[in-house]
Design a protein around this ligand. Structure first.
Ligand SMILES: [Zn+2]
Length: 163
């Protein structure tokens, strides 16, 4: 299992790791989004931006006004985890020009989420590649034929023994 925080996520990006990952709520670990809809990190707001979310994330009806910070003057609705009820992010309806790219996207607080990278770790991947080189990986058909031959051989052996 590989769990990464924001910094590790950025390191992985920098190293060209392209395995897909799921993002989950830190409070209850329910999956809230995945890398297929990830747009990037908004460093100044300390948020991870996605253009889609899971059904477990609820969007509030009330429009709020940001009164301080770099999103001051923005209007947004709160995103809440339906399982553990924590406030997990925002969806901005209006933003200053500098934040236009995140408007209408799902912006999750980095502190409230974590990620799980799918697939093998780099160490496991290198071991597996080595194993692939030394093993003749059978196809499903090849495996079936091999198994039947083995069964026939064993049956013959049992018959010989019982005579
Ligand atoms: Zn939750």
């Amino acid at each position: 299992m590989t769990s990464v925080n924001e910094e590790q996520g950025k390191e992985a990006e920098a190293e060209g790791v392209s395995n897909p990952y799921v993002t989950f709520c830190k409070g209850c670990r329910i999956i809230i989004a995945d890398s297929f809809t990830f747009l990037g990190f908004e460093d100044n707001l300390k948020m991870a931006i996605f253009y889609d979310k899971s059904d477990e994330i609820l969007c509030g009806d009330e429009l709020n006004l940001a009164k301080d910070g770099i999103d001051s003057g923005s209007t947004f609705k709160l995103l809440t985890c339906s399982v553990c009820k924590i406030e997990i992010g925002r969806i901005y309806n209006s933003t200053p020009q500098a934040l236009d790219t995140i408007r209408d996207c799902y912006a999750f607080y980095n502190d409230m989420i974590d990620h799980y990278i799918l697939g093998p770790s780099p160490e496991a991947a290198s071991k597996y590649r080595y194993r692939e080189q030394i093993m003749d990986t059978p196809t499903a058909h090849g495996l079936l034929v091999h198994t039947r031959k083995g069964l026939r051989h064993n049956t013959l052996y049992v018959n010989c023994m019982s005579v």
